[in-house]
Design a protein around this ligand. Structure first.
Ligand SMILES: [Zn+2]
Length: 464
């Protein structure tokens, strides 16, 4: 085994410049989801990235197949079983505040900067070259493989993974595999991901809107209507929310704007929910005895500032994955109803039906309607599973780190495949740069990932 490790190390070192250049080339493509075009279900930018990878895979000697612009598959070998790596080419928009251009792949202080550098272009390129090296050594007869190799580039991970859902309708599930799109040491579990709407018919001439994305803690919420400004100020002061809310008049109507702290929806305890501040204030401010009043009461009694689902009787937790967490991500009043969108990450031993049953039981007293939007069941692999054991071993050999497998509340491609877990590229203690300004991957990390991934692919390609 040691010999193979050294062979791989040498090959990756020799490919260093290619790996860096390919990463930069890919960063230069602004592959943000856009209007669909013929054969480009997620727009031209995303498709350009796919086309670049198709050429690269061919150049590296893989057989390729493009799945109608949804995914690209690269293959080597003709065994029945296979090892599959799945990376994504789409990125979230660059946002503001960058100190370098986000689509040039600038190298500064040993880091390659750009949107997608760590999520997920750099790691995907590292893994692709890792797979190439394993292929090359097998072709040269220096190693033997019991399983075929398959690389899949997806194009829609950031907004629903419709790419993999399409792909796996046409392709078979892998025997084993990983997606280089989260954290080391290895992700053994992902909590269930649930989105639902709670709505109630309300009437009245007021405006309410908060939050932009259901998977983010809302940092702003606005209410406007006819109310006494002075009274609103007193309530805010009594509740010690002066720093969280402002009151002013606009076009003859009162406006309240609450300010929270944004955070990822899987980590609501890191943020402050602007919608919860708003409902707290409305509890004392809103005087009419009507349907909306009932909704305010419902919110404060059964959600409020709680993020573990206690008020909804769904505070489930287990040893393997911890507590359920809840994020009231968006609220909006339409013509005749108010709609609250809630995102829940539930423990791996909880089943959806238990959650639904409890919520229905609570809301029936308030005439609130429940609508399921998405449920992605949890995934979990025991620590002694071949996949977890192998990936953890490889990681340990490279880093000497004695880390444990992780369970996360976020979701990766692993949910849409089978026999696949997330493996790297972030290491314990790393700065969180995915989806942020000045996203980067260190050159050393890129090469380290290529080596770790090559070894992982080789080891997974040997039958246990
Ligand atoms: Zn990603």
């Amino acid at each position: 085994m040691e010999d193979v490790k050294m062979l791989i190390e040498r090959e990756i070192d020799a490919l260093k410049e290619d790996i860096i250049a390919s990463t930069i080339r890919l960063i230069k493509v602004r592959s943000v989801e856009d209007e669909p075009q013929e054969g480009m279900p997620f727009g031209k930018g995303v498709n350009d990235a796919l086309v670049f990878c198709e050429e690269l895979c061919r150049k590296l000697g893989f057989e390729t197949k493009n799945f109608d612009g949804y995914a690209l598959e690269a293959r080597f070998g003709n065994q029945n079983e296979d090892v599959c790596v799945i990376g994504h080419l789409d990125i979230v928009p660059e946002g503001e505040g960058w100190s370098v251009p986000p689509y040039e792949g600038v190298i500064k202080d040993g880091k390659i900067y750009g949107r997608g550098a760590i999520d997920d272009k750099g790691p995907s390129i590292a893994a692709l070259y890792g797979m190439y090296v394993v292929k090359k050594l097998a072709e040269e007869g220096k190693i033997s493989l019991d399983r075929s190799l398959r690389f899949v580039f997806g194009t829609n991970e950031e907004s629903g993974s419709k790419c993999l859902q399409y792909y796996f309708k046409k392709a078979k599930y892998p025997t084993v595999g990983f997606t280089p799109d989260a954290d080391f040491p290895v992700i053994q579990g992902e909590k269930g991901f649930l989105v639902f709407e709670l709505s109630k018919n309300v009437y009245g001439n007021f405006y309410l809107e908060g939050g932009e994305r259901l998977n983010m803690v809302p940092d702003s919420c606005i209410f406007s209507g006819d109310f006494d400004l002075q009274k609103a100020k007193e309530i805010i002061s009594k509740k010690n929310l002066e720093a969280k809310a402002e009151v002013y008049e606009q076009d003859g109507r009162g406006v309240i704007k609450t300010k929270g702290v944004s955070a990822h929806g899987s980590l609501p305890f890191k943020g402050e929910n602007a919608i919860s501040y708003m409902f707290d204030i409305l509890q004392d401010l809103y005087e009419r005895e009507d349907e909306f009043k009932r909704f305010i009461e419902f919110y404060n009694k059964h959600i409020g500032y709680d993020i573990f689902g206690k008020g909804l009787n769904i505070a489930f937790e287990d040893q393997k994955s911890g507590k359920l967490v809840l994020n009231a991500g968006m609220v909006k009043k339409f013509d005749d109803k108010v709609v609250l969108t809630v995102n829940i990450r539930y423990p791996v031993e909880t089943v959806y039906e238990e959650i639904e049953k409890e919520i229905l039981n609570v809301i029936k007293d308030y005439d609130v309607d429940y609508k399921l939007i998405t449920d992605m069941p949890p995934l979990y692999f025991e620590e002694d599973h071949f996949l977890i054991k192998t990936l953890l071993d490889v990681y340990k050999e490279f880093t000497g780190d004695d880390g444990r497998p992780l369970v996360i509340g976020g979701g990766t491609y692993a949910r849409w495949a089978k026999n696949v877990v997330a493996f790297g590229p972030n290491m314990p203690g790393d700065e969180e740069v995915a989806h942020q300004k000045d996203e980067y991957i260190a050159v050393d990390r890129l090469l380290m990932c290529a080596k770790i991934y090559a070894n992982a692919i080789y080891r997974l390609a040997k039958k246990d």
